[in-house]
Write a protein that binds this ligand. Structure first.
Ligand code: AMP
Ligand code: FE
Ligand code: FE
Ligand code: ZN
Length: 284
């Protein structure tokens, strides 16, 4: 059986394995294909490529922070997986740079809010945990754990901490522009965990239909943040709209409990993604 996991994070964003450790762990977990999809960066690609174990294929990708600005009463944040795009395509590269810069400013604002309430953490500490990668709330969670205020990342995402009280929004990309930018860079856009109400509000099906018209290629159905009903709903919607269905772990190392290969993508869907991409090839 071919095991394909198309959504994994490294220390280039908020995972806890380095890109080299990630690809090694993927092969050890028995994956035949794995994708590196760090938040808003291709910064882990080169290291993952250099360390790719023989026999395991590597799909280079990213997970883009997006928003649907038509959401009522306010915009809805969502994540777009982008596979096999050309990292040198200027528009998308500039978008990624802007997203990462905003992540730093936003994390610093969150740290300032926490400090204003007497929480003994610093931006330098948080920046150190991100170690040059895309900064995210899991890095702030690490500081809260170190300071003894919470025990786990999950606790740090509760509403009294990073979930709401100390939440600051990111400057996300307009999701339609992101879909077009990924396509223009030869990449293949797949909507990550589109129905995950545990993460907050989700977009209506009619928006997903509009995104399909704009060039969206697939929907991630099998994901730990979807209930069995949500997975079935996403599958049916994909079928209606002629989109491919993926499944993936969204592995984050020890920042989450989910393991590599916990959910996988069917070979037929994977082949469609690969044959639609013109940005960079699969490695291996
Ligand atoms: P950010 O991108 O900075 O807004 O932070 C959100 C990231 O934190 C997402 O990539 C999630 O994977 C991760 N995240 C969200 N909730 C949790 C949680 N309860 N435990 C661990 N990681 C989480
Ligand atoms: Fe993450
Ligand atoms: Fe995500
Ligand atoms: Zn992810």
């Amino acid at each position: 059986m071919t095991r394909i996991d198309l959504h994994c994070h490294s220390t280039a964003s908020d995972g806890t394995l380095t890109p080299a450790q990630l690809v090694t762990a993927g092969a050890q977990a028995g994956l035949d294909v794995m994708a590196i999809t760090d938040h808003d960066t291709t910064g882990g690609w080169a290291e993952a490529e250099a360390a790719r174990p023989e026999g395991m294929c590597l799909v280079r990708g990213a997970e883009l922070s997006c928003r649907w600005f038509g959401g009522e009463p306010w915009p809805i944040a969502l994540h777009l997986l982008a596979y096999l795009f050309d990292p040198a395509e200027p528009r998308l590269a500039a978008d990624l740079t802007a997203l990462r810069r905003d992540r730093e400013q936003r994390a610093e604002k969150i740290v300032d809010k926490l400090r204003a309430d007497g929480v003994p953490i610093s931006w330098d500490e948080v920046r150190g945990y991100a170690a040059g990668g895309s900064v995210g709330r899991p890095h702030i969670a690490q500081a809260l754990i170190r300071a003894g205020l919470v025990r786990t990342t999950d606790e740090a995402f509760a509403s009294r901490w990073l979930g709401s009280r100390y939440f600051v929004p990111k400057a996300d990309l307009d999701v339609f522009e992101a879909v077009r930018a990924v396509r223009a860079a030869g990449g293949v856009p797949v909507f990550a965990h589109p129905r995950a109400t545990v993460r907050g509000r989700v977009v209506p099906d009619r928006l997903i239909a509009e995104l399909a018209d704009a060039g969206l290629f697939g929907l991630e159905a099998d994901h730990e943040d979807h209930t069995p009903e949500q997975r079935a709903h996403v599958r049916a919607l994909a079928e209606d709209l002629g989109l491919v269905v993926t499944g993936s772990s969204d592995f984050h190392g020890t920042h989450k409990r989910v393991q590599l290969g916990a959910f996988t993508t069917a070979p037929e869907a994977y082949e469609k993604i690969v044959s639609s991409a013109t940005g960079v090839p699969v490695l291996g």
